[in-house]
Structures are given as structure tokens and as C-alpha cells.
Ligand binder design. Sequence first.
Ligand SMILES: [Zn+2]
Length: 223
Amino acid sequence: MILEASSGLYAQFPFQGDITYSGKFKPYNANVRLLKNSFGEGKLFFGLSEEWEPVSREIQIGLIQELMLKILRRRLKPTHEKTKEIELYHIFMRKIHLAAPKDHVDPALLESFNRVNQKYFNELIELTNLRWGDESYRNLGRYEYGSDTITVSRALAHDAELLDYVIYHEMLHKKHKYHVAGQKSMHHTKAFKADEAKFENYAEVERRLGRLPSTRKKMRWIF
Ligand SMILES: [Zn+2]
């Protein structure tokens, strides 16, 4: 698989490679490391979550290619930046939420989700899993792509407005579906931020979030 992936991107490929599937990743996460031995020869170690194992070969090749392009950006010039496999991989990732079972839907969070969905999305965002996270002021919310799950800090349990705002933010991640292989955080693009600012009383809500104990703006979101 590594040979097929590299030959689609590079004229010469001076690295060895190795793929491991593991249960320690979140669903459909992946990463890559480049290690050199004492002779200066490089080997790429691809770590894929176990959910990848039964996925079709072409799509996995697309994932491997995307990871290769990312880690080798400054070392090796590709002959192609896009391949058919990378396209298939992106299509797959945009649809993956459909396959995730929806078996963790907290009723209180569902109320907030429905409220926000009706008010801002014409009810067009399909239901995600909805879970409470730890009572943290640093990580108020996150959206996890592979399991289609929004997690919200318990610290917001008694503040309906902030709760709706954080749910709104995470729902925007589902709407914008921006995904890059091996990258932990999803970007808050310009379009994302423009949508975020459409929340009612946006400036005031942002100010209130900033006043939460030990909240530091930069560290507020995981995803
Ligand atoms: Zn975010």
C-alpha cells in the first residue's frame, strides 16, 4: 500500500514505510512519524485507527498520500498534489458521520441541539451524538469527526445561553466539514468565523465566555 501511495505522488521515494492499525486512536484518526536510523535512512510510521482496516484500499491509499504530502512537504517535491485516491479519501471523510452509530444522545444536550438547529440551521444539521465532558473551563466543547460526537463541558450545564453557543460552534464544525489528515484541530476558517458571528448577541456571549474562570481564549476549544 505504501509503495502504491508513494508512486502516485513522487518520481523517486527514498523512504521505507510501515502501517499499524490501533485501537488507541479516536475513530478514523491517523498520524505519521518520520524516523531516521543511524545510516540516515528514513522510515515513515503510519498509525491508523482500527476503523480504517476494513476500509477500501483506494481510500486508505488516499489517506496515506495525504499524510505523506504533509510530513514530506519540505523534503520531497511531489509530481502530483492531488490524486484520484486523495479525492476518494475526502469524499469518504465528508460522509463518515453517516456511518457512526448515534447511541449517546444526552436529553438535555438534545434540547439545546434542537433549539439551535431550528433557529440557525433550518433543522438541516443531522443529529450527532451528544455527550457531557468533564467540568472543564478550558475545554468547553469539541466535535469529533469519526464518531460524529459533540462533547460539552459540564461547567455549562446551568447556562442555557453559553451552552447553546458552544453547541452552535460545534455544529458549525459539522456544517463546514473541514478535515485534514493527521491534524488534531480543525481550522476555524474565515467562513466559519463569519457564521459564528451570526449567533444572537454574539459579542456579549463572547465577552461572557471570556469572563469564565481560568478561560484563556486561545485554549478554549479542542475542536
Ligand atoms: Zn472549533
